[in-house]
Design a binder for this molecule. Structure first.
Ligand code: DGL
Length: 269
């Protein structure tokens, strides 16, 4: 499983809780975050490097792109390159969103990259074409999460500005279409009000993974033993462990460094 940084830990948490017997490797590309403000072809290049490490070196049996921006940029390409099951977060999130909506006025908040990709609108056309859907970019949210700053005046002011259109459009159900955003759920909910239901893709993605592993007969365990959970980051390992363990919980205790191949070459030369 991978993300640009800490956001995918929301998906990792749900996966550890739902599938405790699976072995999990989580890679946070914190050195190169934020993905959401970068051109999608650059995010694709980063995703290919990470997938190469996880699939070819670490021999994972399934890959979860625990990042909306990287799902938009790389899911289709990665599926043509590898013959293991590969899951993104966009489709599971949308299914949960459609199920939760009562008035069929739904919104998605995400990074600039995700929103401009149009992937949510494309995927929704296949799931439920007769629904009112708007997506809204929220640049700046991810940086607050990466700093571990989940509440406070500054993030609240930013949220009030970015989420004003959600209120104006009278959205009844809002998908947190960036895996970092569940960490800001309190602030987001304070701004949009309790009558707007917030949906996160994390649980739905873990359920989709469970179904996929079961269909392909790839599940691990059956004897009750907990799987091995490992965390890897391209960023500073001390701060990854400090902030990450606050966000995910005690399982994140022994993060290991990973250097993207393109950065290793730059440093070596
Ligand atoms: N967590 C990521 C997402 O779901 C990306 C955040 C970022 O690096 O901009 O889109």
């Amino acid at each position: 499983m991978f993300d640009s940084g800490f956001g995918g830990l929301t998906v990792a948490r749900a996966t550890i809780d739902l599938l405790p017997e699976e072995n999990l490797i989580y890679l946070g590309d914190n050195a190169r975050y934020p993905y959401g403000a970068k051109p999608l072809d650059e995010v694709l290049r980063f995703s290919l490097e990470i997938a190469d490490y996880l699939v070819n070196e670490r021999k994972v049996k399934a890959l979860v792109i625990a990042c909306n921006t990287a799902t938009a940029a790389a899911l289709a390409a990665l599926r043509t390159m590898y013959d293991i099951p590969i899951l993104g977060v966009i489709e599971p999130g949308l299914r949960a969103l459609v199920q939760a909506s009562v008035r069929n006025r739904v919104g998605v908040i995400g990074t600039i990259g995700t929103v401009e990709s149009g992937e949510y609108e494309r995927a929704m056309a296949n799931i439920e074409p007769n629904i009112f859907l708007r997506s809204y970019a929220c640049p700046g949210f991810v940086e607050f999460v990466e700093r571990g700053e989940l509440v406070g005046r500054q993030v609240m002011v930013l949220a009030e500005r970015l989420l004003a259109p959600v209120l104006a459009d009278e959205i009844d159900t809002l998908l947190l279409g960036c895996t970092h955003y569940p960490y800001l759920a309190r602030v987001i909910s304070d701004v949009v009000g309790r009558s707007t239901v917030l949906v996160s893709s994390a649980d739905e993605t873990a359920f989709a993974l469970m179904r996929l592993l079961s269909e392909l007969d790839l599940q691990n365990g059956g004897n009750g033993a907990r799987g091995h959970v490992e965390f890897v980051s391209s960023g500073d390992i001390v701060s990854f462990t400090r902030v990450g363990s606050r966000l995910l919980g005690p399982e994140l205790g022994n993060a290991k460094p990973w250097t993207p191949p393109s950065q290793a070459t730059e440093t070596d030369s």
